[in-house]
Design a protein around this ligand. Structure first.
Ligand SMILES: NC(=O)c1ccc[n+]([C@@H]2O[C@H](COP(=O)([O-])OP(=O)(O)OC[C@H]3O[C@@H](n4cnc5c(N)ncnc54)[C@H](OP(=O)(O)O)[C@@H]3O)[C@@H](O)[C@H]2O)c1
Length: 276
């Protein structure tokens, strides 16, 4: 039963909470000096753009990769160019033990984790009637299990620290049944992590913020396939895919003190694809 008007007039202990002690100047709010960010799927695409954004704002960055060891050279280059600390870690996020160990390694190497960007994902885009069960399980193991493992073990660090910030890369496919390629498993795996992230925003309300980014088509390896590209151009109000440089500001906003009142949000960044 909901509270009565009389119940509602009783002020709970500790409320309202104080405003955060953050700069009022908006450009100061975006600065990440002294912060530590972990990014999964960091070797290329959206994850590398996010790593670059963090480094450009002067955060130290842990770049997690699975198979693309270009992350090692890219970490060295980010460190040199921006005068920050950057280290690449090889982690298969579908393996809970590897995730747990890598999080401990990052804390050992950097001392803490301020921001964890659970960005890695994969797709085997097929109708369910053509999808093999091992293809279904593979997508779930990365897109769902992988994000759950990262959140669970990063969340333990956040709780211990009394602060933290989780950003999950979901997809517009969590909101819509994407066309023209039928890919129910991918769509549903992204819907899981969107609602999981919102749920964590409440569960972790005492010590961490959690937000979700839902991209439309971006020009990466996971962008629109040759079969879907014309429909991607037609459906997007802007008539094109996004460039990864166009998503950096959103992640920096969510990672930084510019977004201290933002938690549990799910930001669609899709060039207007999901408008109609
Ligand atoms: N591009 C789009 O149009 C679009 C739209 C909506 C959502 N997204 C989402 O955006 C995220 C990034 O994708 P992207 O577009 O930047 O494509 P991408 O460059 O192919 O990035 C996917 C990343 O996921 C990593 N990954 C895959 N399996 C992994 C595993 N088992 N363990 C650890 N990492 C693993 C890959 O690492 P390695 O290369 O090192 O193996 C790769 O860096 C994904 O979650 C994707 O679903 C993309």
């Amino acid at each position: 039963m909901s509270m009565t008007v009389a119940d509602c007039t009783t002020i709970r202990d500790g409320f309202p909470r104080p405003f955060p002690n953050t700069p009022t100047n908006v450009l100061e709010q975006f600065k990440m000096l002294g912060r530590v960010a972990v990014v999964t799927g960091a070797a290329d695409g959206i994850g590398y753009a996010v790593s670059e954004a963090m480094a450009e704002a002067h955060a130290d960055v842990a770049l997690w990769y699975n198979s693309n060891d270009a992350a090692i050279k890219k970490a060295e280059s980010l460190a040199q160019t921006h005068g920050i600390k950057a280290i690449a870690y090889k982690v298969d996020i579908s393996d809970a033990e590897q995730v747990q160990k890598a999080i401990a390694d990052v804390v050992r190497d950097f001392g803490k984790i301020d921001v964890f960007v659970a960005n890695a994902g994969m797709a085997i885009s097929k109708p369910i009637l053509e999808q093999k069960l091992d293809e279904y399980q593979k997508q779930m193991s990365v897109n769902v299990d992988g994000v759950v493992f990262c959140a669970k073990y990063a969340g333990e660090v956040f709780q211990r620290q009394g602060s933290g910030n989780l950003i999950i890369t979901s997809s517009m496919s969590a909101h819509i049944v994407n066309v023209p390629t039928d890919q129910p498993v991918y769509n549903a795996s992204k819907a899981f992590i969107t609602h999981f992230g919102k749920s964590l925003a409440r569960e972790w309300r005492e010590f961490a913020r959690v937000n979700i980014v839902s991209p439309g088509f971006f020009d990466t390896k996971m962008g629109a396939s040759p079969l879907a590209i014309n429909e991607a151009y037609r459906m997007s109000s802007l008539g094109r895919q996004g460039h990864t440089k166009e998503i950096k500001g959103l992640y920096l906003y969510l990672a930084s003190d510019a977004s201290t009142y933002t938690t549990g949000s799910d930001v669609i960044i899709d060039g207007g694809y999901t408008l109609p």
